[in-house]
Design a protein around this ligand. Structure first.
Ligand SMILES: [Zn+2]
Length: 381
């Protein structure tokens, strides 16, 4: 049992369960360690934390307080929402390494967003798409040995370095770079990069590598997927449709829009649009393996997921990287998507969540179980 299983269970049984809302989502899928740690930092706010207060000279149950702090980043004051520990008896702020480093990371990220600098994860993805180690990537760029390691770890990157990384994100530019610069890599390494470039150039976002889909999504039509095997092209087109239509498309909103599009399409045609299965999750109806889907779409350059912090909560905004490919959607499909978009366009994630919970498909399904498409006839707009 991993050590955080326990904390998850503890906090999930408290009445504050709902407050953690969408974060529980990530944990219930055990998406990856980063998601889990993020959830935990949230969950910890709900649990009393024993700390020694120097001022009171005794152990107290420290309170977690959220507040705005201003941090100088590169000489520029950057506002960030921070969490601090406070003694409930004397009100003195207490030292907490974990919160302080989180605040620093938040401040750097706020600065990065403002100045359109790459985030650490994006830097990592650029390196990984060419199959390079941190050291070889630094060598290729003629940068210091530890530079990439530091950037991926959260250190703020140099502006010129950022431009270089942005340039090299495009596979074609990597080819040019290799041809025009004398780089300190052997032939074998160069060939490895070039074959990665070729692979990236040939993989259209709509084709991609099917393996992830085969592993996580069913290709056989069945009741749970609305009598249609998973159709990745269609799913991508649906996400791009909403990504281009909605002003601010949050991850939590997108999953409910997809759900309604599929159920409504099923209601009229007896078959779903995407072939996705939906689960009754605590935070609303959710496509099965939703995080894997978004991860794959990010890797395929179909969408980017932008993480912002607002009032101490993270918002995951999904941004379309292109328009919907021509002929990817039929007229009938577009009509349904348009209808779902119009119905929900003015509503927040919370309002859509409330709406979906009251409707029969969600309300009649037990937590964690598949929502049957047979309930589609009960959906009324
Ligand atoms: Zn105290």
């Amino acid at each position: 049992m991993r050590s955080y299983d326990r904390i998850f269970i503890d906090s999930a049984t408290t009445s504050e369960y709902n407050e953690v809302g969408s974060e529980v989502a990530l944990v219930s899928n055990w998406a990856d360690d980063k998601d889990i740690l993020q959830f935990l930092s949230r969950a910890r706010q709900l649990l009393p934390m024993k700390k020694f207060c120097e001022n009171c000279d005794k152990e107290v149950s420290a309170k977690v307080v959220k507040r705005k702090e201003v941090f100088p980043v590169c000489g520029e004051n950057t506002e960030v929402s921070a969490q601090v520990l406070v003694c409930p008896e004397c009100g003195e702020e207490m030292f907490c390494d974990e919160f302080d480093s989180q605040t620093l990371v938040n401040a750097y990220n706020a600065y990065r967003m403002k100045h359109k600098l790459l985030l650490p994860d994006e830097i990592k993805r650029i390196r990984e798409q060419y199959g390079l180690s941190q050291r070889s990537f630094a060598k290729l760029l003629n940068w210091g040995d530890k530079t990439i390691y530091r950037y991926e770890g959260g250190s703020l990157q140099d502006r010129a370095h950022n431009s270089m990384l942005l340039f090299l994100r495009e596979p074609g530019n990597m080819r040019t770079y290799l041809a025009q610069n004398e780089v300190d890599l052997d032939e074998k390494q160069k060939n490895k990069i070039l074959s990665a470039v070729e692979k990236l150039e040939n993989a259209s976002p709509m084709e991609g590598d099917q393996r992830v889909f085969d592993l996580f999504f069913s290709s056989e039509p069945c009741e749970e997927n609305g009598c249609k095997g998973f159709d990745s092209d269609k799913t991508y087109a649906m996400v791009l449709f909403f990504g281009n239509k909605e002003r601010e498309l949050l991850k939590s909103k997108l999953m409910i829009l997809l759900y309604y599009a599929d159920l409504l399409y099923y209601k009229e045609n007896g078959v779903s649009m995407s072939g996705m299965k939906y689960i009754r999750a605590p935070y609303g109806p959710s496509p099965e393996n939703y995080d894997i889907l978004l991860g794959k779409m990010t890797a395929d350059h179909v969408v980017t997921v932008d993480i912002k912090t607002e009032d101490g909560y993270e918002k995951h905004e999904v941004l379309a990287e292109s328009s919907v490919p021509r002929n990817a959607l039929t007229k009938k499909e577009k009509q349904i998507l348009e209808c779902v978009h119009e119905k929900f366009s003015g509503l927040s994630s919370k309002e859509i969540f409330d709406f979906s919970c009251k409707q029969k498909p969600y309300a009649s399904t037990k937590p964690g179980e598949y929502i049957s498409y047979s309930y589609a006839s009960d959906i009324h707009f």
